[in-house]
Design a protein around this ligand. Structure first.
Ligand code: GDP
Length: 391
């Protein structure tokens, strides 16, 4: 599947940069075009792979390249005011070669949190291809304002996109790592999961055609209907050259091959379980998922239709969904990986908790605001009113 990716804000830009690196390294060809949008000049300068002409600095009149702090209302306002400049960069993208837009943003900050939903609304009005969001939730230790920003942005971003794929920093942070080091690692995890998922629909010239190939329309149909999505992932190292690729699958007759088939099937089904029941990008209850897509990636000798079929049936039971798609994605990497897209999840305690904390933060901000005038007066005025201001 070919995507036009737009990284909004610092986290968004860094993650899109990382997708470009993934594309280069694996040749997966997912990113047809990459744009970064930010109100902070230094963040744009820190990017490595997004072409300079595709880096859009917005809000020069409002904040002069210094960013919006964590003020996402200002972020939204600046995006509204500068939507023509963003559109100008998007005009250079050959959108007829693109299957969908993916707007990536950290939802706890200011620029991306406020701007990404504004851009989604704008793109949906203009283009007929789907507009997806990849929203990153902040860690719980980032504090009330980040949680409040994320909760408000989440509501808006879900409404404005055709589907919001969520990644929760909180369930992925590493203890003992520096914030930067930990983002490095987290961004790697994000790109790995989304890379397999979106790479699946992208069969290139010279590549083996999958036995039951996942194509872009299956990804789009799984995401259609909107709502919130999460991804599960599991992988196992294998020897790329074992079995000689396609050859071993078709030799047949040899008892050794029978064993291989059973092993391959079992490996696939256990990977599907691990992916679904392990750590999701957004932790949630799997039961009640509206639609799901299973992608099995790896050297073709390790993929088989029976395993995928079993994995798919198991996913149907586990989710209770009647709309579970599945297929393979042959690639010459030394691992077999299962990516499970759960689309239209509704039982997500993490979001309810985020909203509770956000409401507490909002009440606290309102209290502080109400007390502020009085507190300032208490500080500045002397008790007996003996002093007189200058004028
Ligand atoms: P903005 O530039 O104003 O949009 O704000 P940032 O993107 O800097 O930060 C928004 C939120 O994104 C933060 O609160 C973090 O939760 C998260 N974040 C920042 N940088 C990264 C990153 O590199 N990776 C990930 N996964 N999250 C990040």
């Amino acid at each position: 599947m070919k995507l036009a990716m737009i990284g909004f804000g610092q986290a968004g830009g860094k993650i899109v940069d990382r997708f470009l690196e993934y594309d280069d390294r694996t040749g997966s060809g997912i990113v047809r075009a990459a744009v970064a949008v930010n109100s902070a000049k230094t963040d744009l300068m820190g990017l490595e792979r997004i072409p300079e002409e595709n880096r859009v600095l917005i809000g020069q009149a409002e904040v002069n390249g210094h960013g919006v702090g964590a003020d996402n209302e200002l972020g939204a306002e600046i995006a509204e005011n500068n939507v023509d400049e963003i559109q100008h960069a998007i005009d250079s993208i050959p959108t007829h070669e693109v299957d969908a837009f993916l707007i990536v943003a950290g939802m706890g900050g200011g620029t991306g949190s406020g701007g990404a939903p504004v851009l989604a609304d704008h793109l949906k009005r203009i283009y007929t291809i789907p507009v997806y969001g990849l929203g990153v939730l902040p860690g719980a230790d980032e504090g009330g304002i980040y949680t409040l920003n994320a909760a408000r942005s989440f509501q808006t971003f879900v409404r404005e996109t055709d589907n919001l794929l969520v990644f929760d920093n909180d369930s992925w942070r590493q203890t003992g790592e520096s914030v930067e080091g930990s983002y490095e690692q987290i961004n790697g995890e994000i790109v790995r999961r989304f890379g397999i998922l979106f790479g699946a629909g992208e069969v290139r010239k010279g590549q083996e055609v999958a036995e039951s190939v996942v194509d872009s329309s299956e990804i789009i149909n799984t995401l259609a209907g909107g709502g919130v999505s999460t991804i599960g992932f599991a992988s196992e190292d294998v020897d790329v050259d074992a079995g000689g690729g396609l050859l071993s699958r078709f030799t047949g007759g040899d008892p050794g091959d029978e064993l291989d088939t059973a092993e391959t099937t079992n490996r696939i089904t256990s990977l599907v379980r691990k992916a679904t029941l392990g750590r999701l990008t957004l932790p949630c209850e799997v039961e009640g998922t509206e639609r799901a897509l299973l992608v099995l990636a790896g050297p073709s000798a390790y993929l088989n239709r029976k395993g995928i079929e079993r994995g798919r049936t198991w996913l149907e039971d586990e989710t209770g969904s009647m709309e579970v798609r599945g297929g393979d994605y042959p690639r010459r990497e030394s691992e077999v990986a299962a990516a499970v897209l759960l689309s239209g999840v509704t039982n997500v305690p993490r979001i309810k908790r985020l909203q509770e904390v956000a409401i507490e933060a909002q009440d606290r901000i309102d209290d502080i605001e109400a007390e502020r005038e009085q507190n300032l007066e208490d500080l500045v005025e002397d008790e007996e009113d003996e002093l007189e201001p200058l004028f």
